[in-house]
Design a protein around this ligand. Sequence first.
Ligand code: TEU
Ligand code: CA
Length: 566
Amino acid sequence: MDEPEPWWTGAVVYQVYPRSFADGNGDGIGDLAGLRRRLDHIADLGVDVVWLSPVYRSPQADNGYDISDYEDIDPLFGTLDEFDALLVEVHRHGMKLVMDLVVNHSSDQHPWFQAAKLSRTCPKHDWYIWRDPVDGHEPNEWRAAFGGPAWSWDPGTGQYYLHMFTPQQPDLNWDNADMRDAVYTMMNHWLDRGVDGFRMDVINHIAKDPAALADGSAAYVMQPRIHDHLQEMHERVFAGRDALLTVGEMPGVTVEDAVLFTDPERHELDMVFQFEHVGLDHGPTSKFDNEPFDLVALKASLARWQTGLADTGWNSLYLANHDQPRPVSRFGAAAVAAAHGFRADPFDLRYESATLLATVLHLHRGTPYLYQGDEIGMVNAGFTAIDEYRDVESLNWFRGAVGRGMPVDDALQALAVRSRDNARTPMPWDDATPAGGFSDVEPWIGMGQGWPRVTVASDRAAGDRSVYEHHRRLIALRHDSRTVRVGDFTLLEADHAALWAFTRSLEDAAEPGLVVVANLSSSRMTLPDAVAERLGRCVLGNLGVPAPDDARSLQPWEARVHEDLG
Ligand code: TEU
Ligand code: CA
């Protein structure tokens, strides 16, 4: 790169899922006031950007990913004034605030959809996607992501409307220019208000092919017009504004697509969230069909994206978010034990697992996204009864699976591994109050098995065994090191079943290259000679800096960053 790198190559993003972060008004649900009071926790990590999951007005059929007013805050979370106060505070802490943008679909309670239902000929009708019945049933066999057909019947118009998610989330019609105008106007309002960018929900789903709609093939994502829409959005919303961040969530996106989306010359997006690495442990039928954790496959997948976006475009880096299980439980010592057929203690080597995974992720090339709670090594919820779950996807899937004859215990086991609620238990601030400092009353969802063992207070008091402190070091390292930000990535020992090792290097060699070595096993590991010989000064390690004689081996779940002797 000849030009100076964009600011976000050196940035780390922290995702807040507001209903589970901090409750400011004592109703058991997290809100903006609670978040504002807890901002120091985020700022002290050194992160650059806060991404806020949706806080817009919403009936909450999908926890705010069903929006009924894009320009207002839901009373559950606060008011526009409270939002402005939060934004001031975020900026005062030297951070940026990125909003979630959910414009593949709205809520069925949005006035646009209410107007669209009035008749087949009213102007707003075309803002959504409608089809006449075919032989008295749905126009094709598309299934919704959270169960059931993707089409719901509207008796008033005598038509079906399309929804890729719940029936309460009708898909917007991006072929309609007036609808697109309204979205761009809304986006500009938020940016004018001071917001610093958008995380765009399932944005690769917005272009649907009318032919595919008719013939029922599943080609509803990645239609060529997606690029037209994103370029138009760029021109109408982002062009001429400085220092924004745009990231598109794109289930199913390929490396080749991602190059197009993130090529700066094309003026589409800064980066995308790809899903390949979080799909590796999904079985053939659904994500609830669990395949054991496979390190070789995970390393190869991330490395492929590193290589694919090395010359053009940019990676986002994440292991978790509000839709994914906790990394410690999914990729840590407990997951490796489970993959070998042992019944794992969810807390076994928790500090080591959390910090190893963070080290590896943050040392890749790209912009790291840290999901709330992972900075203290939270574990999966550990729910054992269906009435503990809240997530619409989990509840729908359970009902369907048991209806098809799956034993209840098996279905609960699948949810325990895979449910989105694993990431949605409240932030456990302390162990002093029954709701862990999250709320004064019973929270909307249980605290999960991690509490009261895993709390912010205990982690931050843990000294050199603090997951939070380790994240601080990793974030500071990125800020300090150009090699971490933009150095080339090379995977070492790709076939090793327990070692994750790679190098980062700058062509101009203005700074030393780095070698990262991580032992994803519960036994001490002697490094292969070819790796051990490269190890120079140790820059950072989750178990401290080893004596020079000990550098050729790794303790269980130890991860270190060394200068590369080449
Ligand atoms: O998720 C889209 C998506 O495809 C997922 O990650 C989804 O949750 C997963 O496939 C389910 O198995 C986004 C949001 O992140 C998610 O919370 C919303 O429910 C969804 O869009 C609809 O807005
Ligand atoms: Ca509240």
